[in-house]
Ligand binder design. Structure first.
Ligand code: SF4
Length: 66
């Protein structure tokens, strides 16, 4: 099932829709154990979307894989 088929989407405060597939994954996320955890997907997507275009990515929920 594609994400669009679930009947919900992600929206910014201004009402524009967020397309998760267009959000580049920050390098910090690659070393985070929450990356690719389905239970964290929504929160991670919103965190990434919120900081798109910023020079440095920060996430208070980061947990190292080790
Ligand atoms: S918790 Fe934060 S750092 Fe970890 S994968 Fe999600 S957005 Fe990235």
């Amino acid at each position: 099932m594609r994400k669009e088929d679930k009947g919900f989407g992600f929206f910014r405060d201004d009402g524009t829709e967020i397309n998760p597939s267009l959000i580049k994954k920050p390098s910090l996320c690659v070393s985070c154990r929450k990356d690719d955890d389905p239970q964290e997907e929504i929160l991670c997507t919103l965190t990434r979307a919120d900081q798109q275009g910023e020079a440095e990515f920060r996430c208070d929920a980061f947990e190292s894989r080790r």
